[in-house]
Design a binder for this molecule. Structure first.
Ligand SMILES: Cc1cc2nc3c(=O)[nH]c(=O)nc-3n(C[C@H](O)[C@H](O)[C@H](O)COP(=O)(O)O)c2cc1C
Length: 159
């Protein structure tokens, strides 16, 4: 029984969450940029992780999930999202982004996000102004270990 944490990240926040989960589950952790290296046959459980950008999960992760759905659907599948805003709900995010996964994800959870203005590129700062992203609402991942423990607890019942 081997677990893969497959994540996408732009500024590193989701990678931090992925690493905490992988460390706690003794899982392999792979950035979607290295998806070519993955042999899915090795895994019985896959945990996907993506940040939300303007309501969307990362395109490369979504494409992988859709392209590999036949191989993945026989496994135990879980999803975590990192994000700055409290709405929409995780179920609405799944319905909007990956409706094909609505009935095959066993656990879905959202973590808060992290934000470093110094790292952000010009386009992203413009997007934030355009969509009026309420950064004050950003739920920093201060108690990441607690949230990860709760996520893993839920997942453990579903292996
Ligand atoms: C341009 C931009 C758009 C974003 N859009 C959303 C959004 O629509 N909803 C949300 O909840 N968070 C949004 N966020 C917050 C990110 O999801 C959050 O900071 C996340 O932790 C970033 O993950 P990363 O460091 O792995 O890239 C946005 C952030 C940026 C910079």
């Amino acid at each position: 029984m081997k677990t893969l944490v497959l994540y996408a990240t732009k500024y590193g926040g989701t990678e931090e969450v992925a690493k905490t989960i992988a460390d706690n589950c003794d899982a392999d952790m792979v950035n979607i940029e290295d998806a070519d290296l993955i042999n899915l046959d090795r895994y019985t459980t896959v945990i996907f992780g993506s940040p939300l950008y303007v309501g969307k999960i990362r395109k490369d992760l979504k494409e992988f999930m859709l392209n590999q759905i036949h191989k993945l659907s026989s496994k135990s599948l879980h999803l975590f999202i990192t994000r700055g805003m409290k709405s929409p709900t995780i179920d609405e995010i799944i319905e909007d982004n990956i409706p094909e996964y609505q009935n095959i994800l066993q656990t879905a959870i959202d973590f808060g996000g992290s934000f470093d203005f110094n790292k952000m590129n010009l386009i992203d700062s413009l997007i934030i102004k355009t969509v009026n992203l309420d950064l004050a609402a950003l739920d920093e991942n201060e108690n990441l270990d607690e949230k990860v423990s709760s996520f893993i607890g839920k997942l453990a019942h579903k292996y």
